[in-house]
Design a protein around this ligand. Structure first.
Ligand SMILES: [Zn+2]
Length: 653
């Protein structure tokens, strides 16, 4: 099939030198892209682009199966031969919880948009395209062809959007890929705004889509033309280099307001140790560390140290998110903007997270400190990711790979068998690492803890908190010193009644960029009412409280959700569960630091610790929602302006 396509192109190239990427009348261009989730091949997108007179019709069938769940999206795009869209229709899903139902028609300079049951008329000015998220990739190929043929405009508008999305495209480089003795020339582009954040797309010399890298459900998603499959990791590496360069660019634009040595005076300091807040406190920061902290009367500011008055503010230790997947650079500014200075990455592309972590650690790029847990699954068709262990020898090799790259933890995934859980834990412990993850299929949480898992992700405890069974489980976890990241904000986000707007419990959603808004506007459980959703959430919160009361460390983790803001929601939910505001804040600071054995370095505001702090306009001990009032975030002494960070990744400040 590929060679047929090339023959058509060869004929076209001979016929014309300008519009070589438009098929002849009657000709059909076909493509097959292999789809991958976190590098694991999971399905295909097949597309056809047919020409009939001056009309082009792109049909695409996007179809994958991820961990046993099938996702399908059918779409049709009609365009003129200069790629200007005439209509676009997409129906199905682009990810497990992302429903797509869009129907756009262009009429006299307007887009008639039917999306999710509502119809609107959107006036279009300037260059525009019809595309609804990353899928189908062929629509993004058409977008690029349109962009190239229309003078490479700096910005174009896409529909459906809110009401339009601003999309920025840039050519980023050329490269030659050698496949079986043949060299293929590729052009690399960045597309920013079709989804939240940047995607990388490669076209070959005929403008045929060669590869694309984006995210789905917050994790990396790759499309690679069948014949280029062996180049997958190379595509990931090239894309990673571009993205880290982009983050370095953001780092230059959102420079710290202050760094080096300075003192902050007048704030209320909640040092995170659990001691009473210090009113009218002073913090002296010297070269990234806290040099002194205490009440104004007790701290002498050394001569010559510049002083910043922050009267009326509240200063906390920087927050932690103990369950994330930092699969795109845009998370780094977003986390800092939300006051988060350390994250634990719970599964990512090795080739992405390692360079990103190192760029941040070196100070070249801004962002939270990244601690990484390396994902290992049990293999087979339903496995997740590309690191598997089915034998003790494979377990050792997988653990060694992560250990050598400086990962702190291993994350066990659902298909690892009980004896291999034990082998992974034994090897990780031998190397000084700890183990977290899902309770594997066929094991109970007690068995997982007994097999050596130090932490457990999510809240895999069914039943009522007060029941004998649950109480027994909790006592077992306490005795095993098991740490839990309950990801309640994630449960709430996906489990809220579809009729309840997310803004009712998560005001942060009102500030997110339009493409992200479209993803989450369809999240939620269909067919349940608000009361049922609340009952389910409260059952989980009662277990969180019972675990906490028993002495099981609860660490705040989100599993992503609404970037940054889900950390605030997670903390709020712990207060709803019955923790005091101080205890909830500690779950997102010192308790997390202790769980990662880093509390000697970070997690509280004490002399000698790293200066990771967040400055709030209002005190969260008065009302926990004040955790949302982040003004500045301090990362190892560098003071960042939260609104500027948000704007750097296209959130409203
Ligand atoms: Zn996760």
């Amino acid at each position: 099939m590929i060679s047929t396509v090339r023959l058509i192109f060869a004929a076209l190239l001979a016929a014309t030198t300008i519009t070589f990427s438009i098929p002849d009348t009657g000709a059909t261009e076909r493509g097959t892209l292999r789809l991958h989730y976190v590098q694991k091949p999971i399905g295909y997108e097949r597309y056809e682009l047919a020409r009939d007179g001056d009309a082009l019709t792109l049909t695409s069938d996007f179809d994958f199966t991820d961990r046993g769940g099938r996702v399908q999206l059918a779409s049709t795009l009609h365009a003129k031969t200069d790629f200007t869209p005439v209509s676009f229709k997409a129906t199905g899903k682009s990810y497990r919880f992302v429903n797509v139902d869009s129907d756009v028609r262009i009429e006299n300079g307007n887009a008639i948009v039917k999306a999710d049951g509502a119809e609107s008329r959107v006036p279009l000015t300037g260059p525009f395209y019809t595309v609804d998220g990353y899928a189908p990739f062929a629509a993004q190929m058409m977008l690029l062809r349109y962009w190239k043929l229309h003078g490479e405009p700096r910005v174009l508008h896409t529909v459906p959007g809110l009401p339009v999305n601003d999309v920025y495209i840039e050519a980023r480089g050329r490269e030659a890929v050698r496949i079986g003795g043949e060299t293929i020339q590729l052009n690399r582009y960045v597309i920013d705004g079709v989804v939240w954040g940047r995607e990388t797309v490669w076209l070959d010399q005929h403008d045929t889509l060669a590869a694309a890298i984006t995210r789905a459900g917050g994790l990396s998603f790759e499309a690679v033309r069948e014949d280029l499959e062996s180049e997958l990791v190379g595509f990931v590496q090239r894309s990673t280099r571009d993205r880290i360069a982009d983050l370095e660019g953001i780092t230059r634009r959102v420079a710290p307001l202050k760094s080096g040595t300075y003192a902050m005076t007048g704030a209320t300091i909640v040092d995170g140790t659990g001691r009473a807040p210090i009113p009218d406190g002073v913090i002296v920061v010297r070269d990234g560390r806290i040099d002194d902290v205490g009440p104004r009367a007790a701290v002498t500011i050394p001569a010559g140290v510049p002083t910043v008055a922050v009267d009326g503010k509240t200063i906390l230790p920087g927050l932690w998110d103990m369950h994330t997947h930092v699969t795109q650079i845009e998370w780094a500014p977003a986390y800092l903007a939300a006051g988060v200075t350390t994250v634990r990455d719970m599964g990512n592309e090795f080739e992405f997270v390692v360079p990103l972590r190192d760029a941040i650690a070196s100070g070249r790029a801004l962002g939270p400190r990244i601690l990484a847990a390396g994902l290992i699954d049990g293999g087979g068709p339903n496995a997740f990711g590309v690191y598997y262990a089915a034998t003790p020898e494979e377990a050792k090799q997988a653990v060694a790979k992560y250990h050598d790259a400086g990962f702190q933890q291993i994350k066990i995934y659902s298909l690892v068998t009980p004896p291999i859980v034990e082998a992974i834990c034994a090897e990780a412990h031998r190397l000084g690492m700890t183990v977290t993850g899902h309770v594997p299929n066929g094991m109970t949480i007690e068995q997982a803890a007994a097999a050596g898992m130090d932490h457990v992700a999510h809240l895999p405890i069914r039943g009522e908190a007060a029941s004998d069974d649950v109480q027994k489980t909790i006592a077992f976890l306490r005795d095993h010193k098991t740490v839990i990241d309950p990801t309640q904000s994630w449960n709430e986000l996906l489990g809220h009644a579809a009729g309840t707007p997310i803004s009712a419990f998560q005001p942060g959603v009102l500030k997110i960029p339009a493409p992200l808004n479209r993803v989450f506007s369809n999240a939620g459980a269909a067919g349940i009412d608000a009361a049922t959703a609340r009952t389910r959430l409260e059952r989980g919160l009662r277990i969180v409280k019972a675990l906490h009361d028993a002495g099981v460390p609860i660490v705040a983790g989100t599993d992503e959700g609404i970037p940054g803001y889900s950390v605030h929601r997670e903390i709020e939910l712990y207060v709803e569960a019955g923790l005091t505001p101080m205890e909830a804040l500690q779950a997102a600071t010192v308790v997390s630091a202790r769980a990662m054995k880093m509390d000697a370095e970070v997690g509280t505001i004490e002399r000698g610790k790293r200066a990771d702090m967040v400055v709030l306009n209002a005190n969260p001990l008065d009302a926990i929602r004040n955790i949302r009032s982040v003004r500045w975030t301090i990362r190892e002494g560098r003071v960042y302006d939260a609104p500027a960070l948000w704007q750097g990744v296209r959130f409203q400040p």
